[in-house]
Structures are given as structure tokens and as C-alpha cells.
Design a protein around this ligand. Structure first.
Ligand code: DX5
Ligand code: ZN
Length: 234
């Protein structure tokens, strides 16, 4: 079981938003990150896509390593067969490393391997092992894995793009998941989180809400992030 310091911190400060960088202005990523820091955001969500697990290709470990920020690095791996690749993302400074239940035949072993890896930023911080589940994946399938993870990330969209609509069945899935896990595991919701639903999703019991294009909309990121933080009482 990894060190619990980071888990306890996230549990105590929930709910939090984790802001996705996919639609940020990458030509001035440093400025965008400063904007999030100054707004009190604590988590930065990196969507890693390989073009095989889902259609798009996005970013890899070098960009995550190169992002100089005090924000916690929340790395969402939408890649096939991640077992041979997770060490590069942990070495790049992931604080949360989330793998998909659908991305490998040996997800239990993958989580066991992750449970032995130190947090490269600070060995005392611990590494949060996340398991992501697509909208079509039955929650029963993750029951045998609950002892090998610290976070379950419910995809509220089908992985591959930002800016999609929140899938309504996510509400019932989140309630069912909380029944399965109690407070022993952090629950996250990823995709389609906007000004209109962020407060509701927080009320539904999500500890971490991933939001990308509702913040980095190309127009008013500072106003957007302040709205979202305010909406969840931060
Ligand atoms: C989807 C990604 C999400 C997405 C969130 O595959 O995992 O993190 O980028 O973006 P929005 O908030 O725009 O739905
Ligand atoms: Zn994501």
C-alpha cells in the first residue's frame, strides 16, 4: 500500500477540480499554469492518448516532465497495454496515475506494480493509483480491484475528445460506486463537467472533477476557473 499522505490530503480537501490541459494555449502553457495556481487550483489533468486505445494522439511523458508547476500532476493514461509505459509517467512526476480497466488484460497486476512505485516528486507523498472506467464498463468488473487502488475515475464521456456532453447515466453510476466503496476510495468524474453541472456533480459526492474546455475555452479561462472554484465552495 503506497504512502497515504497524498490520499489523506485529497480526501480532506475534496471536492477539487482537476483542470485538463488539452484545450489550454500550449504556446503559453506557463502563463496558463500560473493562472490556475493563482486561482487556487490544486490539480492539473494530463490526458495521454495513444491513438490506439482512443482515436486521438495527444501528449507524452516529456511534456508532463517539462510542466514546471507546484500543481499536483494528475495523469490520465488512455493508452493500450500501459504496463510497460507507466514507469516513464511516474518518473515524469505523476502524483495521480490513472489507467483504464479496459486497456489491459492484467489490470490487477498493473495496479500491484504501480503500488510499489514511489512518487518521483517526493517519496513521502505517495502515488495515487487511479482506475478509470468508460461509460460502458460495468462497475461490478472493478469490485475485485478495490483493494489495489486509491481512486476510481468515472468517465462521463467516451474517451478521446474534450468538449463532449456529460453522459446522464454517470449520476447513477457515481451513486452506486459510492455505495460500493464508502469513503475508503477517492471518486472522480471526468468529462463534460461545465459551469452548469459542476456544483451538482460535487453535491453527488465526487471528490475530484476533471474539467477542461469549460476552463480553457479560448476566451476567458480566469473567469471560468474562478466560477468553477466558487461553484464548489473553494
Ligand atoms: C476525455 C478526457 C477528459 C476530457 C475533459 O477523453 O479524459 O479529461 O479531456 O475535457 P472536457 O472537460 O472538455 O470534457
Ligand atoms: Zn481525462
Amino acid at each position: 500500500m503506497p504512502n497515504r499522505q497524498l490520499f489523506d490530503q485529497l480526501r480532506a480537501t475534496a471536492p477539487q477540480i482537476s483542470v485538463g490541459v488539452l484545450t489550454a494555449d500550449w504556446m503559453s502553457l506557463g502563463t496558463e499554469l500560473k493562472l490556475l495556481e493563482n486561482a487556487g487550483v490544486k490539480l492539473l489533468h494530463f490526458d495521454v492518448m495513444d491513438g490506439c486505445f482512443c482515436p486521438a494522439m495527444t501528449l507524452g511523458a516529456p511534456l508532463i516532465k517539462g510542466a514546471k508547476t507546484p500543481l499536483l500532476k494528475d495523469v490520465h493514461l488512455m493508452i493500450d497495454e500501459p504496463l510497460s509505459k507507466v514507469d516513464s509517467f511516474v518518473a515524469a512526476g505523476a502524483d495521480i496515475i490513472t489507467v483504464h480497466a479496459e486497456s489491459t488484460r492484467h489490470v490487477h497486476r498493473l495496479l500491484q506494480v504501480l503500488g510499489k512505485m514511489p512518487n518521483a516528486n517526493d517519496p513521502n507523498r505517495g502515488l495515487i493509483r487511479g482506475l478509470a472506467v468508460n461509460p460502458g464498463t460495468p462497475l461490478e468488473s472493478i469490485e475485485p480491484l478495490l483493494g489495489e487502488l486509491e481512486l476510481v475515475l468515472l468517465l462521463a464521456v467516451n474517451p478521446g475528445w474534450g468538449g463532449q456532453q456529460f453522459i446522464p447515466s454517470t449520476r447513477a453510476r457515481l451513486a452506486r460506486l459510492r455505495q460500493m466503496t464508502g469513503d475508503s476510495i477517492l471518486l472522480g468524474v471526468d468529462g463534460g463537467i461545465t459551469r452548469d453541472n459542476v456544483a451538482e456533480v460535487a453535491r453527488m459526492g465526487a471528490d475530484i472533477m476533471v474539467t477542461g474546455s469549460a476552463v480553457f475555452d479560448g476566451k476567458a479561462p480566469l473567469e471560468n476557473v474562478r466560477f468553477m472554484m466558487n461553484a464548489i465552495g473553494k
